[in-house]
Design a protein around this ligand. Structure first.
Ligand SMILES: NC(=O)c1ccc[n+]([C@@H]2O[C@H](COP(=O)([O-])OP(=O)(O)OC[C@H]3O[C@@H](n4cnc5c(N)ncnc54)[C@H](OP(=O)(O)O)[C@@H]3O)[C@@H](O)[C@H]2O)c1
Length: 339
């Protein structure tokens, strides 16, 4: 039988470009929740390789980060202690989101910030906050309308596979872009009319041939030449939503020798918009409630990447798995064992 270990967490002890140089696993001190707070035994954490890569460098645009600080955002677990005045109970399952709350065995959080869920299962990690991001981006930034033509990049990923389903459910024509045939099969199985494997096809050629000036909405998390191809084929009054730029975010966006993009937007009245979920928190609670309902009604299927990553020490491998594009669906870290 394995001996229980003390609770632990991952901290960034110095800024750096990778987990090895920037992070360490340290023992955590179990504290009691104050009034209004809950203590949660984290069972699962969502893996955010790109966000972590930027956080470890102190490069998250909306939060100043100075080491030491805790890492990891979304978690699902069971309440094991409640502070005074809290209406939730020990044993309740909750999903949480907040920097520093996830890559650890226990966290303390304001009860009002937690989302009560029926079971502490990892599928809820894909809703809080990934699905929330998907819904808020489509509704508040893309202003997606039924029947529009939508292109979704990294379409087989945690965020992407929810975007595909939300847009399909709205009666939109959905075109996915993803990095393998297996991913594309998954994306079309969700209802996309086409999925372009950008590793074996030119996105610019396929969009130019089949969707010339016909993309009403594009939600892009990849950037680079894919972003260029989306702009080139945006429809009149189209909206391209910059929701990330995975291909360049770690090294920094490269200079491009090309005319400024206003000439490609102006005559079509098209726009490029940024989406940053953390800045739209007033929409989160409503989005989560609706997404839980969709999930429970069978209108939203959550896909978790099947590769199992167990324990805090598995985080670098889990992040590498997603950063190298091997994941299909949400990548999860299982924190249940040992403590
Ligand atoms: N703006 C916001 O508020 C917000 C909120 C949540 C997430 N995001 C962003 O949304 C994206 C998706 O997040 P997720 O957690 O759901 O991840 P994910 O999509 O499950 O995994 C990332 C995927 O991005 C694709 N990718 C393409 N180029 C890449 C590169 N150079 N490095 C790493 N990945 C690359 C890969 O898919 P392919 O094999 O198909 O290329 C990979 O599987 C991330 O970029 C994240 O930062 C933004």
């Amino acid at each position: 039988m394995t001996q229980p270990i003390p609770p632990q967490k991952i901290i960034v002890h110095q800024l750096g470009r990778d987990y090895k140089s920037a992070t360490r696993i340290v023992d955590d001190i179990l504290q009691d929740p104050k009034p209004g707070q809950i203590r949660l035994r984290n069972h699962f954490a969502g893996v955010n390789g790109l966000f972590d890569a930027m956080a470890m460098q102190g490069a998250i645009g909306y939060i100043p980060l100075t080491p030491p600080f805790d890492l990891g955002v979304e978690a699902v677990g069971l309440i094991d202690a409640v502070g005074e005045g809290v209406k939730m109970s020990v044993g309740d399952a909750v999903a949480t989101t907040g920097l520093g709350g996830a890559y650890r065995h226990y966290q303390i959080i304001e009860a009002a910030k937690a989302y009560k869920i029926p079971t502490a299962t990892p599928d809820y990690l894909a809703i809080v906050p990934t699905g929330i991001s998907a819904l808020v981006a489509l509704e508040q930034v893309a202003m997606l309308q039924a029947g529009e033509t939508v292109v979704i990049t990294a379409a087989a990923g945690g965020l992407g596979h929810i975007w595909v389903q939300l847009a399909v459910n709205m009666g939109c024509r959905v075109i996915g872009i993803a990095g393998s045939d297996a991913k594309c099969e998954f994306v079309t199985s969700l209802g996309a009319e086409r999925c372009i494997n950008y590793k074996t096809n030119s996105v610019a050629d396929v969009l130019g041939e089949h969707y010339k000036d016909a993309i009403d909405v594009a939600v892009d998390t990849v950037g680079g030449s894919i972003f260029d191809a989306l702009i080139d084929n945006i429809a009149p009054l189209g909206r391209l939503v910059v929701s990330g730029y995975a291909s360049e975010i770690v090294e920094g966006a490269k200079p491009v020798l090309a005319p400024r993009i206003y000439e490609r937007l102006y005559w079509k009245g098209a726009s490029v918009r940024g989406f940053m979920n953390a800045l739209l928190s007033e929409h989160h609670r409503d989005a989560a409630t609706r997404l839980f309902d969709m999930m429970h009604a069978g209108d939203l299927h959550i896909s978790l990447d099947p590769t199992v990553f167990k324990g805090l020490q598995a985080l670098p491998d889990a992040a590498h798995h997603m950063m190298s594009g091997q994941n299909i669906g949400k990548t999860v870290l299982d924190l249940r064992d040992g403590v």
